[in-house]
Design a protein around this ligand. Structure first.
Ligand SMILES: [Zn+2]
Length: 109
């Protein structure tokens, strides 16, 4: 005899067989797992951060740490791009002078 058979249990009026339960499950938030949390809600009362788009609660320290890391990387990128721009400007000036010399040589011949 199956002791887990709900239909035969003495307390069957209080137990709902699992196979008959069909709950409607509506997720509160639509978290895709790929949200970049680009819009953050600040709950001042509870001192919490929550993503406006997916609803994920975000640890304030983690948020500040990530933002400062991103800012630091952006600063490094800007510095590198400025150096590259200066180098390219020098190359452009050098090439323009070379073209000018070639044109002058062609005119002389
Ligand atoms: Zn999010």
């Amino acid at each position: 005899m199956d002791s887990f058979n709900v239909e035969e249990s003495a307390d069957s009026t209080k137990i709902i067989p699992l196979g008959r339960i069909k709950p409607t499950i509506i997720p509160k938030h639509h978290h895709t797992g790929f949200c970049k949390h680009s819009s953050i809600l600040v709950d001042e009362k509870n001192r919490m951060l929550e993503c406006e788009q997916c609803g994920q609660v975000i640890d304030p320290f983690d948020y500040i740490w990530e933002e400062s890391t991103n800012q630091s990387q952006l600063f490094t990128t800007i510095t590198e791009l400025r150096r590259e721009m200066e180098w390219l400007m020098k190359q452009k000036n050098r090439l323009e002078k070379a073209v000018l010399k070639l044109k002058q040589r062609k005119m002389q011949t």
